[in-house]
Structures are given as structure tokens and as C-alpha cells.
Design a protein around this ligand. Structure first.
Ligand SMILES: [Zn+2]
Ligand SMILES: [Zn+2]
Length: 256
């Protein structure tokens, strides 16, 4: 902040394990007692727009640099909150334009989200002391929580809205009232109280393959040697062919 002798912000939370950049930024804003938009205008200037894009995917360098400087976080940890960190794991090379293989699209339109690109596990959120959103919940092949064995949700089960925790303080609530981030921005349903859903297994071998793949993205595991980008590229192509032949009856079809 200008005028401070120290570059550090008064509140300098570090990212939680596997936390998304957008979630970290919202927590920092609310930690300062400010609405997200007010915080961003104050800290980055009015001309630097943050929320008109998918910042987890298209993180501007100036934004991450600023967070590194103001919170005293290591560059490695800060960049680790972005989806660029899946380069070479989920897709071969990070590209600014077009889609990234296996990464769910948010379909940002102005500041709203038209896509259901951020999933969540109600049980994981409920177990958090401070509920937060994980990077691995943006991966299309993750459909089941590796920890709880229940389905991930891609929308509020009460009103059907996509997850958009950065909009929580836009609905008349003050930043200080916005805690925790597990509330639906549209109907204020607490996503932690969503009833767990058991996965439907169509084909045991395929389910096992997917579960094994999703285990690679647990934050406490590094990708193992048997993870083969090429093999999953073939699987991705097969999924795409299969799903484009099926009429889009559910959002699941939209994943690829
Ligand atoms: Zn879970
Ligand atoms: Zn809702």
C-alpha cells in the first residue's frame, strides 16, 4: 500500500495447501475488512481489472508479484496457487488463449461466471477451520473427492448457481459479515451442508482409472512416475469423442 514504509500488508495470510489464487485473494481482502472490489482498487489501482477474467488460469504477473511482495510469500508458493502449475502434468504447455486440457472453464462474462468450472466437496469444506477452495477442484477428471469418496458438486444444490465466492460481498453483505466463503453468493445456502452423494459407477475399471488419476492431484502427493501425460491425452480425446456424440443433457457432458 502506498505510504507504508514496509511493503508488507497488515494482513498477510499465506495460501492454504492447494488453495486457488482467487480464494487466497478474497481471503486477504476480507481479512483487511474490505470488499473484494474495494480492496483490489485500493491495492492495485482502478485501472487494473482483476475479476473480469479467470485469474486462476490467467493470473497476471503483476498480481502474483504484488502478492509475493505484500504478503512475504515465496514465488513458488504464490505461483503454485495458479493453474499454470499443472503445466507438464495435465497439459503439455500453458497457453493463454484457448482451453487447457482437463481444466474446467469458468466462462467469465464481465464479472459473472456462466460455466460451472469450480467444483467443491461439502465434507472437505466442512472439515476446514476456514473453508477454502482447492486448485484440484478445477480439474475435469476429478469428479469424486479422493478423501471422502463422495461426488464433487459443481453448483449450489439449493439454487443451481455456479460457485462465485468473490461475489459474496456484492449482495449487500459487508465484507466483515462475509465469513466463511462456503456460502452460495446467490442464495446464501451454506455449501457445507449439501448432502453427500455417492458416486454412480457405470464401469468399475474406468472409475478406478479416474480415481487413480485424481489421486495424483492430492496436494500432499507429487505426481508419480506412472503418470503419463500421453496416455491421458488419448483418454481425453476418447472422452471428447464419446461426449460430443451424446446430446448435452447434463453439465457432466460439458466437461471436455
Ligand atoms: Zn472431500
Ligand atoms: Zn445457491
Amino acid at each position: 500500500m502506498r505510504g507504508f514504509t514496509s511493503p508488507l500488508w497488515p494482513i498477510r495470510y499465506k495460501p492454504f495447501p492447494d488453495e486457488l489464487l482467487s480464494c487466497w485473494l478474497v481471503r486477504l481482502a476480507h481479512g483487511h475488512g474490505l470488499k473484494v472490489q474495494t480492496f483490489c482498487n485500493l491495492m492495485f489501482g482502478n485501472r487494473r481489472q482483476v475479476w473480469n477474467r479467470d485469474i486462476d488460469r490467467l493470473a497476471p504477473v503483476w498480481l502474483v508479484d504484488e502478492l509475493i511482495l505484500r504478503t512475504g510469500t515465496s514465488p513458488e508458493t504464490a505461483w503454485g496457487t495458479t493453474l499454470c502449475s499443472y503445466e507438464g502434468i495435465l497439459y503439455p504447455k500453458f497457453r493463454l488463449s484457448s482451453t487447457l486440457r482437463w481444466i474446467l472453464a469458468l466462462k467469465v462474462y464481465h464479472r459473472t461466471r456462466q460455466g460451472y468450472g469450480l467444483q467443491f466437496c461439502p465434507a472437505c469444506l466442512a472439515e476446514d477451520e476456514i473453508p477454502y477452495f482447492r486448485k484440484r477442484w478445477r480439474i475435469a477428471l476429478n469428479t469424486v473427492c479422493g478423501k471422502h469418496g463422495t461426488m464433487l458438486f459443481d453448483r449450489c444444490p439449493h439454487c443451481g448457481a455456479a460457485v462465485a465466492f468473490h461475489r459474496l460481498d456484492m449482495v449487500g453483505m459487508e465484507a466483515i459479515d462475509v465469513a466463511p466463503l462456503s456460502y452460495c453468493h446467490s442464495c446464501q445456502f451454506d455449501l457445507r451442508s449439501a448432502s453427500p452423494e455417492k458416486p454412480i459407477v457405470y464401469d468399475a475399471a474406468t472409475s478406478l482409472l479416474l480415481l487413480d488419476a485424481s489421486h495424483q492431484f492430492r496436494h500432499d502427493r507429487t505426481p508419480e512416475s506412472e503418470w503419463d501425460l500421453g496416455r491421458f491425452a488419448v483418454m481425453h480425446q476418447l472422452c471428447r469423442i464419446m461426449t460430443t456424440r451424446v446430446s448435452a443433457r447434463s453439465s457432466q457432458v460439458d466437461r471436455f
